[in-house]
Write a protein that binds this ligand. Structure first.
Ligand SMILES: [Zn+2]
Length: 283
């Protein structure tokens, strides 16, 4: 976390004091409003995510082969994407792995596993997890982390080739996938994804208390099934503090119309989908 902070501080300094020309990549972060140094263009970021996506899909058991379920996840995702501070070509995909997980690739591709969906109990929890991932894209957390983990120079070189007409060579794609597979967000990124995710969920007319419910689902899972859960904790560190922070955000006046005891109007629809998913998984 500290390293990440230092890097960001340096990047911010470069942005504000040196007044580098636009070609170096100073841009405003649409979530924080701060200027920062992002060295790949929006199109390159999208190309990077798309090059890596097939490998990730495969790694997580492939798409769940059911159009009703995919359409359902897409429809909840589309409502969230419409509220994002950063319009991106978002796609939300349900993958078959039973390991509870959700992740976003740079550029806007979001994946959620069957293992996470079947452990949730209503639609606002699904909206919350998709909102959290959408914030990672909007606030450019994933591309910032790639820049940091891969080194800016290498990322720019590869993004240049991948974003070109021929697409990436196998070696480039392998490097991108390897980096994305080990992306680690800082705790600050996680708190921001929760807090802004709450905002996106509420803007999409979901009761944002779904975020606290979701975090509790994850916490209980970690206690009951710690073994199945390694990966998600790697990218999404869980702590009681995250739950407290989310509660604090929700108790702020902006969300006064929502209460944690209201029933989710999407619950019956979600449970129908969950049963369909469970039936598919048994086949
Ligand atoms: Zn996260």
């Amino acid at each position: 976390m500290t390293r990440c902070h230092d890097v960001r501080k340096q990047i911010l300094l470069a942005c504000s004091f040196l007044a580098l020309p636009a070609l170096v990549g100073c841009s405003m972060n649409p979530v924080t409003g701060r200027r920062e140094l992002i060295l790949v263009s929006r199109d390159q970021e999208i190309a990077l995510g798309r090059e890596a996506a097939p490998k990730f899909e495969q790694e997580f058991g492939g798409r769940v082969p059911n159009e009703t379920l995919q359409q359902y996840v897409r429809s909840v995702g589309a409502k969230i994407a419409a509220t994002s501070d950063r319009p991106m070509p978002h796609e939300y995909t349900l993958v078959a792995s039973d390991v509870p997980n959700a992740f976003a690739l740079p550029g806007g591709l979001v994946f959620i596993t069957a293992g996470l969906v079947r452990r949730m109990t209503n639609e606002r929890q699904l909206a919350a997890v998709l909102a959290h991932e959408t914030v990672h894209v909007a606030a450019k957390h994933s591309v910032q982390q790639m820049q940091k983990q891969m080194g800016a120079q290498l990322l720019v070189e590869i993004a240049g080739r991948v974003g070109g007409e021929k697409g990436g060579a196998a070696a480039d794609v392998a490097k991108i996938v390897a980096t994305m597979a080990t992306l680690k967000y800082s705790r600050d990124d996680e708190y921001q994804a929760d807090a802004v995710g709450i905002r996106y969920a509420a803007r999409a007319a979901y009761n944002p208390w779904g975020m606290v419910e979701l975090l509790n689902v994850l916490k209980n899972l970690a206690q009951r099934e710690p073994g199945t859960f390694g990966e998600m904790f790697q990218t999404h560190p869980m702590s009681s503090k995250r739950i407290q922070q989310a509660e604090q955000t929700l108790r702020n006046g902006a969300y006064a119309r929502w209460s944690p005891t209201q029933r989710d109007p999407g619950e019956a629809r979600f449970m129908r989908m969950r049963r369909l998913l469970e039936k598919m998984l048994k086949k």
